[in-house]
Design a protein around this ligand. Structure first.
Ligand SMILES: Nc1ncnc2c1ncn2[C@@H]1O[C@H](COP(=O)(O)OP(=O)(O)OP(=O)(O)O)[C@@H](O)[C@H]1O
Ligand SMILES: CC(C)(CO)[C@@H](O)C(=O)[O-]
Ligand code: BAL
Length: 278
């Protein structure tokens, strides 16, 4: 395990000296099968896999769940080792944000709208911490899940714009048997809420089919939002069709697109997305 930038760099340096390639899988811990799929994918792309576990304060809003976010470092370390990960990087907040740290990374364009609007400052925090993790580990590849699709696009953009020499790899969404996208925050769901949560994927799938069949975008999105509220969701942050590459809003389906949703079930905010082909 590495707790400091110096320990991480020393290990990576040893691997490099032995001619080995390195992959990084950034996480916030409370690991589940979705995270493990990223580790397995990383193992196919590099000789050594580092998994970082860091609940990053700068990507949480003042009223969000930073304090409540599940923390289980021993369990996570065991799961990473069992999956074949070679190093767990568990830095402290003071290591990542030393006294006086005053530089943040801001990615415009793809950060706008969706979670960028719903969680002001969120992508600034994500872009900053991911830039730091990449510069600390200097991996050959870094793996991120498509569950956080907008985040993946933000990271692709910052790597390109800042000339960070890493290949960013997106991994498909891993789901529970009933379709619910795996997420650490699913642990917040009550026994009553858990089956309702699966409606997100069912409604996205139905809506993607309707859009592909020619249903007008505005009408399909309004119907899906209403269906979520009817199913028991408390509020829908957004349910929108966006261009799959640029993430600009789509009002007519002429190119590959993606349908994005964020909705509250009780106090739990869930996100999901699905590809939509014209
Ligand atoms: N179900 C999933 N399938 C594929 N990748 C996933 C899945 N869940 C999380 N990931 C990816 O794992 C990485 C770490 O995510 P994170 O630790 O925030 O987990 P999470 O389950 O998404 O938690 P949260 O509840 O905060 O959304 C990210 O790249 C994220 O996209
Ligand atoms: C990429 C990440 C680890 C940065 O804190 C986080 O946003 C996450 O877990 O998706
Ligand atoms: N999975 C993205 C991290 C976050 O929700 O803050």
């Amino acid at each position: 395990m590495a707790r400091s930038v110096a320990e991480l760099r020393a290990q990576v340096r040893d691997w490099r000296a032995a001619g080995l390639t390195v992959a990084l899988v950034p996480t916030m811990g409370a690991l589940h099968a979705g995270h493990m799929s990223l580790v397995r994918l990383a193992l196919t792309k590099a000789d050594r896999v580092v998994v970082s576990v860091f609940v990053n304060p700068t990507q949480f809003g003042p009223t969000e769940d930073f304090s409540a976010y599940p923390r289980q470092p021993e369990q996570d370390s065991a799961a990473i080792a069992a999956a074949g990960g070679h190093l767990v990087y568990l830095p402290t907040v003071a290591e990542m944000y030393p006294e006086g740290a005053s530089t943040m990374v801001e990615v415009s364009g793809v950060s706008a709208g969706l979670c960028g609007d719903a969680r002001p400052g969120h992508f600034r925090g994500v872009a900053t911490i991911v830039t730091k993790l990449l510069l600390q580990a200097l991996p050959d590849v870094a793996v991120f899940g498509e569950k956080d699709f907008q985040q993946l696009m933000v990271i692709r953009r910052l790597v390109r714009d800042l000339d960070i020499p890493v290949e960013v790899i997106g991994a498909p969404i891993v789901r529970e048997a009933d379709g619910l996208a795996m997420s650490s925050r699913n642990a917040y769901l009550s026994a009553e809420e858990r089956p309702v949560a699966a409606r997100i994927h069912a409604i996205l799938t139905e809506t993607a089919g309707a859009l592909a069949g020619g249903r007008p975008v505005t009408e399909a999105c309004a119907a899906a939002t209403a269906a979520l509220l009817d199913s028991g969701f408390r509020a829908v942050d957004y349910l929108e069709l966006r261009d799959a590459e640029t993430l600009t809003p789509v009002t007519e389906l002429t190119r590959p697109a993606r349908l994005f949703v964020a909705a509250f079930l009780g106090r739990t905010r869930l996100i999901d997305n699905i590809g939509v082909q014209p």
